[in-house]
Design a protein around this ligand. Structure first.
Ligand SMILES: CC(=O)[C@@H](O)[C@H](O)COP(=O)(O)O
Ligand SMILES: NCC(=O)COP(=O)(O)O
Length: 240
């Protein structure tokens, strides 16, 4: 069974365009949890363009009965300060630069592995599971076990683009299936996320044993039409 973790970044983005506190991050989280989401994901970026540290702290009480996944670059002090305080279920480590438009690549472990090992050890000592944001690259995935991380999150934008543009879809899907298989053979759990939506999710999840999909941008857009509760229900119907 693949768990749905709802990313609330874009709810925060809308909230930040006025100083009146709506839409409420905690209220939206509760609606998604009531609808059956098994996790909430946030990505508190250094520039606080959407999720702010206070949002993360406010969510702790709301998210206590489901998984809390905090994403970020652990080489940023602000990220480590937040996770040290919150000790979330899972930390998903993403190699984003502070000014990136959005997450756009996985780690290059040939370069970053040594720096990540002590960070991963610290996060695990806090009780958090660690997932590394990775491209669908078998060679890179093969380097993950040496870091000590328990999971990878496959960066699914290339799949979503192939699906949307109906170009090289099967070969692109196969790359993700191969990367997931390699990870599972190495004893790693496999999560996935970025640009997944109601149209492309079903085909992606024909890849066996995807443990979690974290979805936010498209889900928020879909919820503008259907509401968060019904949108989450629609995703859960696809996940089975
Ligand atoms: C890591 C990833 O792919 C997304 O979870 C990320 O949180 C997207 O960030 P934005 O919502 O800032 O585009
Ligand atoms: N890790 C992916 C995530 O949390 C949400 O990505 P997106 O659905 O906003 O593209």
């Amino acid at each position: 069974m693949t768990n749905l973790s709802v990313n609330l970044n874009k709810v925060a983005l809308i909230r930040n365009t006025r100083n009146i506190g709506i839409p409420s991050i905690t209220k939206m989280a509760q609606i998604c949890i009531d609808a059956g989401a098994k996790g909430i994901t946030v990505h508190p970026r250094p520039d606080q363009r959407h999720i702010r540290p206070g949002d993360v702290y406010d969510l702790v009480e709301v998210v206590k009965d489901v998984e809390f996944n905090i994403e970020g670059n652990p080489l940023e002090v602000s990220f480590m300060e937040i996770v040290r305080r919150v000790k979330p279920t899972q930390c998903t480590l993403v190699p984003d630069t502070p000014d990136t438009f959005t997450s756009d690549s996985g780690w290059d472990l040939t370069k970053d592995k040594e720096r990540l090992i002590p960070i991963i050890q610290e996060l695990q000592s806090l009780g958090s599971r660690v997932s590394l944001f990775m491209d669908a690259d078998v060679e890179q995935v093969s380097l993950v076990p040496n870091t000590g991380a328990e999971r990878i999150e496959l960066y699914t934008e290339p799949y979503a683009t192939a699906f949307r543009e109906k170009q090289d879809l099967d070969s692109t899907w196969q790359k993700f299936a191969d990367a997931a298989k390699k990870a599972q053979e190495l004893g790693l759990g496999v999560n996935a996320g970025h640009d997944l939506n109601l149209d492309n999710l079903a085909k992606f999840c024909t890849i066996p044993h995807i443990l979690e999909v974290s979805i936010g941008h498209a889900l928020t857009a879909e919820a503008l039409e259907m509401g968060f509760y019904d949108t989450v229900r629609a995703y859960l119907k696809i996940l089975g």
